[in-house]
Design a protein around this ligand. Sequence first.
Ligand code: FE2
Length: 223
Amino acid sequence: MTNDTILEPLPEDQWFIESQELRSFVATVREISAITAGDRTQTLARLEPYFQELLAQQQWLPEKFAQINPESKMGGGIGQWLLYRAKDRSLSVFSLVIPPGSTTPVHDHLAWGLIGLYKGNQEETVYRRVDNGDTEGHAQLQVTEVRSLQPGDIYRLLPPDGDIHAVKTTSQSASVSIHILGNDAGCILRHQFIPESHSVKSFRSGYSNAPCKEEEEKKHVQV
Ligand SMILES: [Fe+2]
C-alpha cells in the first residue's frame, strides 16, 4: 500500500460556496446519516425527499460551479466541483458537469450516495461486476440498466448495488448533477473499467477546484 491511499483528516469542514440551502441540506444529511449509520438503505430513503427539495431550487448553485472544465482529470471536459467536504472526509458534496455528447469513464464510487440531476439530460448505463476480482487488472461487467434522466431524477448508490456506471449528456447543453457521497469521492483511489476489454485500473478523479493531499492543502492556502 502506498501513501497515496491514505488521506489525512482536514483541519476543518470545507465550504466552497456560500449557500443557506446547501448548509441546511448538509446539516440534514449529517443528522440522518448519523441516526441511520447501521442501515444505509434507510439513510438513502430518508434523505431522498430533502434532496428532491434541494434539486427543485434552481438558484443556489453559482454559475462557476456549473461550468465544464477543459483541464479535467476525468477527460472529456468534465468539471467536478467540490461544494462541501467534511473534515474527516466522510461526506462530500460536488457538482459534476458533463459537456454535450461527452461520457464519463465507467467508474465506481465505493460509498453510499445519492446523485440527482440538476440541469440538462443524461443517459446512465449501470453495470454489475460478475467476476470475483481475483485477477489483477481484469473485470467482467454486465449492463443491468440503461436509464434516461430528467432534471429532478435521483439515483441511489449502495455498493455493490448501482455502484458502477457511466453517464452521458444527451441534452444540447451541459448536464449538471449533484452528488452526495459518504466518502471523499474525488480523492480516494477507485476504479475505472473498460468493459470491451474486460479491464480495470485504479483512478483518482480529483476535483476541479480543490486538492486532495494535506501538503497540497497547505500550499494552496499559502499561495
Ligand atoms: Fe458516478
